[in-house]
Write a protein that binds this ligand. Structure first.
Ligand code: CA
Length: 224
């Protein structure tokens, strides 16, 4: 799950990135509002953490521009000053939630999970493909009622396939949605994760639900 953090305070930005990555998110950082807006328009983030006081373009403007452009990604705004004005304005410009600085990291991640559960066009409703159940809100996966333990990245790849069940998803699309911009390794990394998923999600159950479409990508089906 790829998220964008737009924050110009370097130490805060880096600690957020470090913490979120440890939780299994792929994180892109933007240091000013202009860069944040550009990245948010270009990439398929699941959520955006947006500071208000930013160089180039403030958080309100970034948020308003994104909504004007039809981007519905859930936005959590960080408000620095205390005062109801900030928070009301954050919601008015199209933010989904706000968090007052200084905040606890645990509260931030809980709010993010809540936003992803209810937000965005794809939402985070439970996805069912045959007897395979993928729950993006809880980040759990089951087949025929049996829990399957997946790493954060494995889950993210499976979620990506499940959201487009029955359709071919290209390796580049998976890379774009699951890995952050800093990833510069080969696209073959996707193959490694798909193999791991097959070992966990298919093989023990005698299934072949994750198909390879040669030269194109992968497709998750009920069963094959
Ligand atoms: Ca700031």
């Amino acid at each position: 799950m790829r998220v964008l953090v737009v924050e110009d305070e370097r130490r805060l930005a880096e600690s957020l990135q470090w913490g979120l990555e440890a939780d299994g998110y792929a994180v892109d950082l933007a240091r000013d509002g202009g860069e944040g807006l550009r990245l948010a328009l270009e990439h398929p983030y699941r959520a955006i953490v947006l500071d208000i006081m930013l160089p180039v373009l403030n958080g309100y403007r970034v948020c308003a521009e994104l909504r004007r452009a039809g981007v519905t990604t859930p936005i959590l705004m960080l408000t620095a000053k205390d005062g109801e004005h900030d928070e009301a304005e954050a919601l008015d410009t199209g933010a989904d939630d706000f968090l007052r600085k200084p905040f606890s990291y645990l509260v931030l991640t809980a709010r993010l999970r809540a936003l992803m559960r209810r937000g965005g066009p794809a939402g985070a409703a439970v996805i069912q493909v045959g007897d395979l159940v993928v729950d993006p809100g809880r980040r759990t996966c089951r087949r025929g009622g049996q829990d399957i333990a997946l790493t954060a990245k494995e889950f993210a790849v499976l979620e990506c396939l499940a959201r487009h069940a029955g359709q071919v998803v290209s390796k580049m699309d998976i890379l774009d949605q699951v890995w952050d911009m800093a990833y510069e390794g080969p696209p073959n990394i996707v193959e490694v994760y798909v193999s791991a998923l097959r070992r966990k999600v298919d093989a023990p159950f005698g299934r072949r639900s994750i198909g390879t479409v040669r030269g194109v990508g992968y497709r998750l089906v009920e069963d094959a």
